[in-house]
Design a protein around this ligand. Structure first.
Ligand SMILES: [Zn+2]
Ligand SMILES: [Zn+2]
Length: 285
């Protein structure tokens, strides 16, 4: 089943009198949404007790929770200690994710820093191989997926091809296609249904249908300049794009049922509803 939901809480969530994210699943389900991403971009700020309460509410209202791990994870940092820290942030995220009864942990793989790109990508790859061995994907973590995100700035590791290629390392790695990022990085390259099909078909070819079908998607309009991503916008922006209609068409053509998370600036829940409406109005071809 395809799912739609916001990353974080809309302004209107608070305007409606809600105080804590534990109240989000009920509020989202009343809007017809069934996914919710909790961002720990600036660090983990939630204990296991609250995560469990949130997970119980999510279960009750049929909302699937995903987590965004801290932005400072960097698997291409040559320092061994930083590697151990990065692994730790992912392990901590998986603990919270289990308490929230979710399966998708999103993170930014790496930044190339002063390294050559090929060198940075090779190091990130080596570390991902190591990480996949550390995490118990055969046993207690078998239903958990690390979602490697496509990125919006040139020095970040995360073009769609890099991400898909890195996902071949483990069957518990899936892409998080952030189409706003891809559009920003390519200076507005996502316009037609073919632009989306190229990406999704490359994923099907490399990772197979099942993993592409259950991939994770971030969607929001993003302002960009010569150096890629500048800032997230709401869906009513008419300048930067991308538009969701061609992606909705591509998803229906390929029979894909991802989790679609809207990362708009202040109206993420409203805009997730807008994306869902576009999807539902798109005829099956
Ligand atoms: Zn992200
Ligand atoms: Zn994103």
């Amino acid at each position: 089943m395809i799912r739609f939901g916001p990353s974080g809480n809309s302004q209107s969530f608070y305007d409606d009198g809600n105080k804590t994210s534990v109240q989000a699943p009920k509020w989202l389900s009343e809007k017809g949404l069934n996914a919710y991403e909790f961002s720990f971009g600036r660090g983990y700020t939630m204990g296991l007790k609250t995560a469990t309460d949130l997970g119980n509410e999510a279960e009750k209202y049929g909302v699937k929770v995903s987590i965004h791990a801290p932005y400072y994870i960097n698997l291409a940092n040559p320092d061994e200690e930083m590697k151990i820290k990065s692994f730790g942030y992912i392990i901590k995220g998986l603990e919270l994710l289990k308490a929230m009864r979710g399966n998708h942990l999103v993170f930014h793989v790496a930044s190339q820093g002063k390294m050559e790109r090929a060198e940075a990508t090779a190091l990130a790859e080596k570390r991902l191989v190591e990480l996949s061995k550390v995490l118990d994907f055969e046993g207690e973590n078998k239903d958990l997926f690390l979602c490697l995100e496509t990125m919006g700035k040139p020095l970040q590791i995360g073009t769609f091809k890099e991400i898909i290629d890195l996902c071949t390392i483990s069957s518990n790695f899936i892409p998080c296609f952030d189409f706003g990022h891809i559009n920003a990085l390519t200076g507005g390259g996502l316009k037609k249904v073919e632009d989306y099909l190229e990406i999704l078909n490359y994923s099907i070819e490399k990772l197979g249908f099942e993993r592409t079908k259950n991939c994770h998607i971030h969607f929001s309009k993003i302002e960009y300049g010569a150096k890629g991503e500048i800032r997230h916008l709401n869906y009513d922006d008419t300048v930067y794009g991308p538009e969701f209609d061609p992606l909705a068409k591509a998803l229906k053509m390929l029979n894909l049922t991802p989790v679609v998370i809207c990362e708009s600036k202040t109206m993420m829940a409203e805009d997730a509803c807008a994306l869902k409406n576009i999807y539902e109005k798109t005829p099956k071809i």
